[in-house]
Design a protein around this ligand. Structure first.
Ligand code: BES
Ligand code: ZN
Ligand code: ZN
Length: 489
């Protein structure tokens, strides 16, 4: 969808859908008065008859009756002025796009109403995305909105808004890449597919390089955790470690690590079949990392990024790793397997070793790591752990603004007792039913070296939604991309 801005007289705008946002207590916004007059007061009549109450995200539309150049006028509610947040701007644009979609409009002009033009663009692209599935016959009713523009007052404002539109377009494409990857099934989004996407990025984007490591090389490097999971799948669906580098200049070097389990059957500790198909989304961390990397490189961010995606299926079979196995990781530490279903941490541990060997001292990892995270925080906030509060706070602050909310959990050393093994340095999973999400973080922390700042984000609940929530449609979300872009661009 094209994103842009324009300036001009609101009464003269030619569009399928002219959108005006209104607060609950101040229904007839000044810009609405002239339009209302042209339409013989039908808007104010609807408003006084309480046909429409401007709760946040609520909409009503009016026909332009041929008296306006706009075919239709849409009002979108912002709720009470005192409760206004950035999120409401996203919701307003999202809701307007949904109306446009239902009316099969091709273009939409949204009257700017405050300083949240970027959030309007975000809400718009979040509302416009649709995973169409793979039906033989494309559903002709699903017409996409072609253009979303923001109406501003002056030429100067237009220059500013167009800059934001350019940025939003890049982020839109990155989020789309991530959402598609998560929504598509595991017979399509294989480790090779993910590797190819990364290689494509390196081909088409300046200052980006990509290296793909296969199973044998990973074994030589001592990536025992990764290989343990991969060995059960590698005969059929070759596993990959994908390393992307972007050199944007400046001193800062940031590391992004993503869990890329393209299908998590649980392995020998097999999951129940009910709902197992959702485990095609277990590469949500990889999708976030790839999407954010793409956006930051295309925006020419002035930082250096190393991204690493450990990607494989987790399958049962004659080659699979087994409960009781003792695995040696890249840093020499050993793990006793309690459950082969705690596979995310097995592949991430070696990815963390690898990236630190590359000299990266600031790392954020994204992983659909624990079902316990979905149980404790639902689909609203990601689980968040860090070994460096200052680094952590910088992320939390931005995530509150972007609406990609997180909730911090502890990493007290006492939790280590839950991972004690008699025969290895650690268990891969606590045998007690306690602190499932924290022990996931604690396991990963064993692979963080002294002097490395690290954030671990468990997106098991937020990467993929079972219901529409705020301005997020159900299914894949790309959670984390917008925050990483704000943090580093
Ligand atoms: N991929 C799952 C976690 C998950 C569950 C993500 C639900 C999204 C939705 C992970 O690999 C897993 O199986 N975790 C186990 C952990 C346990 C074996 C320590 C779980 O959640 O039961
Ligand atoms: Zn698992
Ligand atoms: Zn998993």
């Amino acid at each position: 969808m094209k994103l842009s801005s324009l300036s001009g007289n609101i009464n003269q705008i030619k569009t399928d859908l002219l959108v005006i946002a209104v607060y609950k207590e101040k229904l007839v916004a000044p810009e609405l008065k002239s339009i209302d007059k042209i339409l013989n007061n039908k808007i104010s009549r609807a408003l006084t008859s309480k046909e429409f109450i401007a709760d946040k995200g609520k909409t009503i539309y009016f026909d332009g009756d041929g008296k306006l150049k706009a075919k239709r006028v849409v009002l979108v509610g912002l709720g009470e002025k005192g409760n206004y947040t950035n999120d409401i701007a996203r919701l307003a644009a999202y809701a307007a796009v949904k109306v446009a979609r239902s009316l099969k409009a091709q273009d939409l002009v949204f009257k700017a109403f405050n300083d949240n033009n970027y959030e309007l663009f975000e809400g718009a692209f979040l509302g416009e995305y649709e995973f169409k599935g793979m039906h033989k016959k494309i559903n002709g009713n699903n017409k996409q909105l072609e253009s979303f523009s923001i109406l501003v007052k002056t030429e100067k404002e237009k220059t500013g808004a167009n800059k934001l539109a350019k940025k939003a377009l890049v982020v839109q494409n990155a989020v789309k890449l991530a959402k598609d990857m998560v929504n598509l099934p595991s017979n399509i989004v294989t480790p090779s597919y993910i590797a190819k996407e990364a290689q494509n990025l390196a081909k088409t984007t300046a200052k980006v390089s990509c290296k793909v490591i296969g199973f044998e090389e990973a074994k030589k490097l001592g990536m025992g955790g990764f290989c343990a999971v991969a060995q059960g799948a590698n005969n059929y669906q070759p596993a990959k470690v994908v390393i992307l580098k972007y050199v944007g200049g400046g001193k800062e070097k940031i590391g992004l690590v993503g869990k890329g389990i393209t299908f998590d059957s649980g392995g020998i500790s097999i999951k129940q079949s009910n709902g197992m198909k959702e485990m095609k989304t277990d590469m949500g961390g990889a999708a976030t990392v790839l999407g954010a990397f793409k956006a930051l490189a295309e925006l020419k961010a002035k930082i250096n990024i190393t991204a690493i995606i450990a990607t494989t299926e987790n399958m049962p079979g004659g080659h699979s790793y087994k409960p009781g196995d003792i695995i040696t990781h890249m840093n020499g530490k050993t793990t006793e397997i309690d459950s082969t279903d705690a596979e995310g941490r097995m592949v991430l541990s070696d990815a963390l070793c690898y990236i630190q060997k590359e000299g990266v001292k600031k790392i954020i990892d994204y992983a659909t790591l624990t079902g316990a995270c979905l149980i404790s925080l639902g689909e609203i906030r990601s689980g968040f752990m860090t070994n460096n509060q200052k680094f952590g706070d910088s992320y939390i602050k931005v995530s509150e603004k972007t609406g990609e909310k997180v909730w911090q959990l502890p990493l007290d050393e006492e939790y280590d007792d839950l991972l004690k093994s008699d025969v290895a340095d650690s268990l891969n999973n606590t045998t007690k039913k306690q602190a499932g999400t924290v022990t996931g973080g604690k396991f990963l922390q064993k692979f963080i070296e002294k002097g490395t700042e690290w954030i671990h984000i468990d997106i098991a609940g937020t990467a993929y939604l079972s219901t529409n929530t705020r301005y997020l449609d159900k299914n894949a979300t790309g959670h984390g991309i917008r925050t990483l872009v704000e943090l580093f661009s």
